[in-house]
Design a protein around this ligand. Structure first.
Ligand code: MG
Length: 222
């Protein structure tokens, strides 16, 4: 397959093991408004921007519990929980060595994340190895009209790296992210969940062209 012109990395659930922490924060926030989120709902929130997730959870609460919290009220419960949990996230297996391998080979890298700039700062503080990914597209990037699953974040990253998106390899873990990267024309690798039930649900939602991984250790850059 040759080498990628650039590697575009998702952050949550791909380089850092934050998804169980995000799920815990959404579970607690929704339960404060009378809704117990199920596993499929938690999977559906992955890879999307905080405000998009909050709007989705608000709709679920409205449909199930009748109460209609504002997005702001939901986030007021959710954010302190998330901010306490997220700095505890560990690197995903193989993440550090994959980033280091790109750096050694001079392959340009970008972080393409739905997380806001401030949320990324919080999460990456304990992980100095992430600093080698210099180019960032955040969920609140001023040049970004639409978040994942729209292709915009990946197209913006490719444009900033001055490469064609079709020559980039994108690394994702969520169906929303995989759809975004596929629509942008990238070669897309999807890191599957370790849990068998979640894995089946994620697989069923991936574009057919995605390549799947059980660990980032499986990636061969050349
Ligand atoms: Mg992700």
């Amino acid at each position: 397959m040759g080498s990628p012109a650039a590697c575009l990395f998702d952050l949550d659930g791909l380089l850092l093991d934050t998804e169980p922490l995000h799920s815990q924060a959404w579970l607690q926030a929704a339960s404060a408004f009378g809704l117990t989120l199920g596993p499929d709902q938690l999977l559906a929130l992955r890879g999307r921007r905080r405000l998009d997730c909050a709007e989705q959870v608000r709709q679920w609460i409205e449909a199930a519990a009748g109460e209609v919290p504002s997005v702001e009220a939901l986030l007021a419960v959710r954010q302190p929980i998330a901010e306490a949990l997220l700095p505890q996230a560990l690197p995903m297996p193989g993440a550090i060595s994959l980033v280091e391998a790109c750096q050694r080979r001079g392959i340009p890298m970008a972080l393409v994340t739905s997380s806001s700039r401030s949320a990324v700062a919080l999460k990456e503080a304990p992980h100095p190895w992430l600093a080698s990914i210099g180019l960032r597209v955040h969920g609140d990037d001023p040049e970004l009209a639409m978040g994942k699953p729209s292709p915009d974040p990946f197209l913006l990253a490719a444009r900033r790296l001055q490469v064609e998106a079709s020559t980039c390899w994108a690394f994702e873990d969520s169906p929303a992210g995989a759809r975004a990267a596929t629509a942008a024309g990238c070669r897309v690798y999807v890191l599957l969940p370790a849990d068998g039930r979640d894995r089946a649900v994620v697989r069923a939602q991936l574009p057919a062209s995605c390549l799947t991984l059980h660990s980032l250790d499986q990636v061969q850059l050349a």
